[in-house]
Ligand binder design. Structure first.
Ligand SMILES: [Zn+2]
Ligand SMILES: [Zn+2]
Length: 328
């Protein structure tokens, strides 16, 4: 494998998808073409191994990528999620079964984003984790979707939308705009410059910002992996409990965000409801909300309950009445 005539330095914290997307744009090829040159077969399509590849590369894949792009092995490895494997259980689980199952606690194709950070053109790895709902550098909530099209990928596990499109800047929205009028026409991308998205409504309360910083600390390589792994597993369980006992648990939620959480739970229950105890029902209860604000509110409530000294006493009070009604 010959090195490319031109390359790029990775930006701290950026994902493999982001790096290949930026480099492809620089050398004017499609991300899919670059992935093929790099030997990342199956990458960017919807195949199960692609899910795992975005998280961790094998030795040979890493050294091929490093040689091709003239980066060090360490830099290549830092583009993957492998350093979080032991801290964040969904990553470990997806790698362990070679991507054959997805996990709602890991966004794949359409991460959240901070417009200010995106002005460097790089997508951060951490934006794929639902537990990262804010940018602590710019002190704002992350945008959940493109403000122009508000579309989520129809194939949530496809790592990059329109992988054959070589015209889009890395900070442009790659969601395809439906063109129902003329199916023969080539489809077009939304193309909105996400780095120019308005941030005026994204201000975050200091309490939630501190909570975000504490969460991020748990992902730090210096944090004990077993402890972080256990924390995130428990957080997920407690969040499901809070959802299942709604609205009795509303007193646990940050006062300003109770309405948001209520609207979220009502709408999820209406659109995706299943019988009590069904896997579908459990998914509603345990999936993290896409909206950063709602997600932060629920996670913070779960965290407070989890770290409280009287957890066993607090829980029955909330879960004794499953007949949740709207707060109105
Ligand atoms: Zn930022
Ligand atoms: Zn868009």
């Amino acid at each position: 494998m010959h090195p490319l005539p031109r390359s790029l330095d990775p930006i701290a914290g950026e994902s493999l998808v982001s790096y290949l997307q930026r480099l492809a744009y620089r050398i004017d090829v499609s991300p899919l073409h670059l992935a093929r040159i790099a030997g990342l077969h199956g990458w960017l399509n919807n195949s199960p191994p692609a899910r795992a590849i975005s998280l961790e590369l094998g030795r040979e894949q890493l050294s091929n990528l490093a040689r091709l792009t003239r980066v060090t092995l360490k830099e290549a490895e830092e583009l993957t999620f492998s350093s979080w494997k032991s801290h964040y259980p969904p990553i470990k689980n997806i790698i362990a079964d070679n991507g054959s199952r997805s996990d709602s606690w890991l966004f794949a194709g359409t991460p959240r984003f901070c417009p200010r950070c995106l002005d460097r053109g790089a997508w951060k790895k951490e934006w794929s984790l639902p537990v990262v709902f804010a940018c602590s550098e710019h002190q704002i909530f992350l945008h959940a979707v493109c403000p122009q099209c508000a579309r989520l990928s129809e194939r949530p596990w496809q790592l990059l939308q329109r992988p054959n499109d070589h015209t889009l800047h890395p900070a442009q929205c790659r969601q395809t705009t439906p063109d129902l009028a003329d199916r023969k026409r080539k489809s077009t991308a939304c193309g909105y410059r996400l780095d120019r998205a308005d941030i005026s409504g994204l201000g975050i309360d200091p309490v939630l910002l501190d909570f975000q910083i504490a969460i991020t600390r748990r992902l730090n390589p210096q944090s004990a992996p077993e402890e972080s792994g256990a924390y995130f597993t428990d957080l997920r369980l407690i969040m499901a409990l809070i959802n299942s006992a709604w609205p009795h648990t509303s007193t646990l939620i940050h006062a300003e965000l109770v309405k948001d959480v209520d609207a979220y739970i009502q709408s999820e229950t209406k659109t995706r409801s299943g019988p009590l105890g069904s896997p579908q029902r459990y998914r509603i209860l345990s999936d993290p909300p896409r909206d950063a604000r709602t997600c932060a509110a629920l996670m913070q409530a779960a965290d407070a309950l989890l770290l409280s000294d009287d957890l066993p006493e607090s829980l029955p009070r909330f879960i004794d009445s499953p007949s949740a009604e709207s707060l109105g």
